[in-house]
Design a protein around this ligand. Structure first.
Ligand code: RUB
Length: 313
């Protein structure tokens, strides 16, 4: 199936973590679908549909634990199909226009949700705080930079995040923004929790029970935070909710290439390399979302409403 080089590049960059973090991946996926629509040479709507379906499936398959990608693509496809029916659109040009316009609309909405979320998060942080974080979340760095701009006295402890060191991205971004940052190896989490006032992490997925799925090591951080009585917040747009978890299906944890852990491993050695882990709702003080700070138990009904899912049918 004909796919533009830019679409192929986006897919490759997501798989190799050049594009990382749930928000960036979801945005890139929407952009890829828009690019495919623009460059498509489809002669009829069915051909165009088949092309876009193929790209969408490939994008969803790039990272398995990313409901934000699935929810965004589903929104785009539901909207397009509804508009085609409503306005009896029958030309390839008409459908392309719809897709591109709604894709841009969704990205704008994502950006405005992000701004609101960052504002709530920055307000939540104490005037003087040592904040411990893990991995690289564009939402978390946004909150920390905003709190710094509000003249709050924020110091950050950033875990390096083995095996791919996304903690370096966080540390570099924040130190360049003028924040006081100390990077630690993941094994030093407990030692530095004693010096922390609050933990702030991102989110890849949230289940119907309010459990958080985020970079592997997040649950360790949450358990240690509880031991030291440190509040533990996750920053998450409501689009990170995984609707299938309300239907009894589990969010699959992505298993990545063992070579990320050890390139030339000894013969016979097994390596496990899960990208994410689950933190039970009871360890989470709250989710920082675009509508404010909500307890994990309330996320399910609020997120389903946002996604336009009818709970009773
Ligand atoms: C990134 C990660 C981030 C979330 C949230 O994992 O776990 O905390 O994706 O990021 P990876 P954001 O590097 O494997 O993608 O807040 O940017 O959506």
């Amino acid at each position: 199936m004909a796919q533009s080089k830019s679409v192929e590049k986006i897919i490759r960059d997501i798989k190799t973590i050049k594009i990382q973090g749930a928000r960036n991946i979801a945005k890139a996926a929407l952009i890829a679908i828009g690019l495919q629509a623009v460059s498509s040479k489809a002669k009829n709507i069915n051909q165009l549909y088949a092309e876009l379906k193929d790209v969408s499936e490939r994008l969803v398959a790039t990272r398995s634990t990313e409901p934000m990608v699935r929810n965004s693509i589903e929104d785009l496809s539901n909207f397009t199909l509804a508009q085609i029916r409503l306005n009896k659109i029958s030309t390839v040009a008409g459908v392309k226009k719809l897709i591109i316009e709604h894709e841009e609309e969704l990205i704008k909405k994502m950006d405005s949700d992000y701004k609101k979320l960052v504002e709530y998060g920055a307000k939540l942080l104490p005037e003087n705080a040592v904040v411990m974080t893990h991995c690289h979340s564009s939402t978390v760095t946004g909150i920390l930079k905003r709190a710094h701009a509000m003249k709050k006295n924020i110091s950050v402890i950033s875990c390096e995040t083995r095996p791919l060191f996304q903690g370096r991205t966080t540390s570099k971004e924040l130190v360049e923004a003028g924040l006081d940052v100390t990077m630690i190896v993941d094994g030093a989490m407990n030692l530095f929790m004693k010096k922390s006032d609050i933990c702030l992490v991102g989110a890849d997925a949230i289940t119907s029970r309010g459990d958080l799925i985020n970079k592997v090591g997040t649950s360790t951080l949450a358990h240690i935070a509880r031991m030291h009585d440190v509040s533990f917040y996750a920053a998450a747009e409501l689009f990170k909710y995984s609707p299938m978890t309300a239907l009894g299906q589990r969010e699959k944890i992505e298993e990545r290439n063992p070579k990320e852990v050890w390139d030339k491993l000894p013969k016979g050695l097994k390596i496990a390399n899960p990208a994410f882990d689950a933190t039970a709702a009871r360890y989470i003080s709250g989710y920082i979302t675009e509508i404010g700070i909500i307890p994990p138990q309330s996320l399910y009904p609020i997120a389903t409403e946002k996604l336009g899912i009818k709970i009773y049918e």
